[in-house]
Design a protein. Structure first.
Length: 200
């Protein structure tokens, strides 16, 4: 490898965790990966996604998709397709993917998850989906439920201090917002330092 290191530690947020698992299992990345730490990754999908695709009327589905697609465009995605992403993240699709994407015995898998205490703690559009995901899947970060994110040999649940939660976007400092008891930069520095201390 260009850096001279034999293996890397992957830290992947959201769907990036699923992509990393696929790269390790199916694309030949395993020999080059020491650890995979997934951050707020929907490993087990979302029951809400099943409901949205199967029960919500088409006009409502399209309105929700349009709101998300507009936000994603503002964030830099030139051709977002919210409904395609939702289809890929249904509970049934993720269960099928998990069955065909086994963990590699030579890679250490770990996961981290945060959650919001109220819908208002997630900026649009996460504040819109938080109560729906909570109804179907339980505590969540506005998009992913706590139980869906649990993966690997070690799971860390970030407990918010005070009334404020830690949303899906907060985990990558999307809104540049200070959160009491959670410094996103220090979190990642600590994560890397802990891996190093353990010999990875």
């Amino acid at each position: 490898m260009e850096t001279g290191c034999e293996k890397v530690n992957i830290i992947a947020h959201s769907k990036g965790g699923l992509d990393s698992r696929a790269a390790i299992a199916h694309q030949g990345a395993a020999p080059y990966v020491a650890t995979l730490t997934t951050i707020n990754t929907p490993h087990r999908g979302c029951i809400f996604a099943e409901y949205l695709l199967g029960k919500v009327p088409e006009p409502t589905r399209q309105r929700i998709a349009a709101a998300y697609n507009a936000t994603l465009k503002k964030l830099g995605d030139e051709n977002p397709d919210f409904l395609a992403a939702v289809t890929d993240l249904t509970e049934s699709a993720c269960l099928r993917r998990n069955e065909s994407t086994p963990d590699d015995p030579d890679v250490v898998y770990e996961s981290v998850m945060s959650y919001c205490k109220r819908a208002a703690h997630g900026k649009f559009p996460l504040n819109m989906t938080y109560p729906i995901v909570k109804h179907f899947d339980g505590f969540n970060d506005g998009l992913v439920s706590v139980e869906s994110a649990r993966w690997g040999g070690h799971f860390t649940l970030l407990e918010p201090q005070g009334k404020r939660g830690i949303s899906h976007g907060d985990m990558v400092d999307l809104n540049r917002e200070n959160i009491r008891g959670f410094d996103v930069r220090e979190f990642y520095v600590g994560l890397v330092a802990a891996l190093r201390e353990r010999g990875y």
